[in-house]
Ligand binder design. Structure first.
Ligand code: MN3
Length: 203
């Protein structure tokens, strides 16, 4: 099985409300590409991965062969995490969610502002590199963060929204101001994609 770098669903400069063009070019074309290339190298010649999605592979990360487990976690996680990241942003993003996702946010967190605050707190509490996530776990919404490229899928949780808080995601425009980057992220959030992921995850 060979994984491929997905095409960005918008132009590199389409998310300027939150993320600059150069960051998008480097982040997608170099960082994400490297994860895909290194994942393919790690599983080359191993037919047990044929036909398996990266999500399915990450869900059983704990049982992968010792010699490739960490490479698959790092690079397969990198591939899955970034694919979600691109798809859950849009130049027409922002605003508020609707429908059952909005209802779930209200019942779980009280309101959208509280969800955003908790995503930000998880982002700022992550020392070094990682992600802040909204996940579905046991049918419920949760907020958590992971280190490096670890995926919530490794812990049986389904990510529906993620903010990449590696410095490569924001440093050119925001330097050390991670909080400002997280605040700006909400201007490009693609709530309809997040809602579709929420429906698919089951709740
Ligand atoms: Mn990244």
């Amino acid at each position: 099985m060979t994984f491929t770098l997905p095409t960005l669903p918008y132009a590199h400069d389409a998310l300027e409300k939150a993320i600059d063009k150069t960051t998008m070019e480097i982040h997608h074309g170099r960082h994400h590409k490297a994860y895909v290339d290194n994942l393919n190298a790690a599983i080359q010649g191993r037919s047990e991965f044929d036909g398996q999605s990266i999500e399915a592979i990450l869900a059983k990360a704990a049982t992968l062969p010792d010699d490739i487990r960490q490479k698959v976690i790092n690079n397969g996680g990198g591939h899955a995490n970034h694919t979600l990241f691109w798809e859950t942003m849009s130049p027409n993003g922002g605003g508020d969610p609707s429908g059952v996702l909005a209802d779930a946010i209200t019942s779980t967190f009280g309101d959208l502002a509280t969800l955003k605050q908790k995503v930000k707190e998880a982002a700022l509490a992550r020392f070094g590199s990682g992600w802040s996530w909204v996940v579905v776990s046991g049918g419920k919404l949760e907020i958590l963060s992971t280190a490096n490229q670890d995926s919530p899928l490794m812990h049986g949780k389904t990510p529906i929204l993620g903010v990449d808080v590696w410095e490569h995601a924001y440093y050119l425009r925001y330097q050390n101001k991670r909080a400002d980057y997280v605040d700006a992220f909400w201007h490009v959030i693609n709530w309809s994609d997040v809602a579709a992921r929420f429906q698919k995850a089951g709740h």
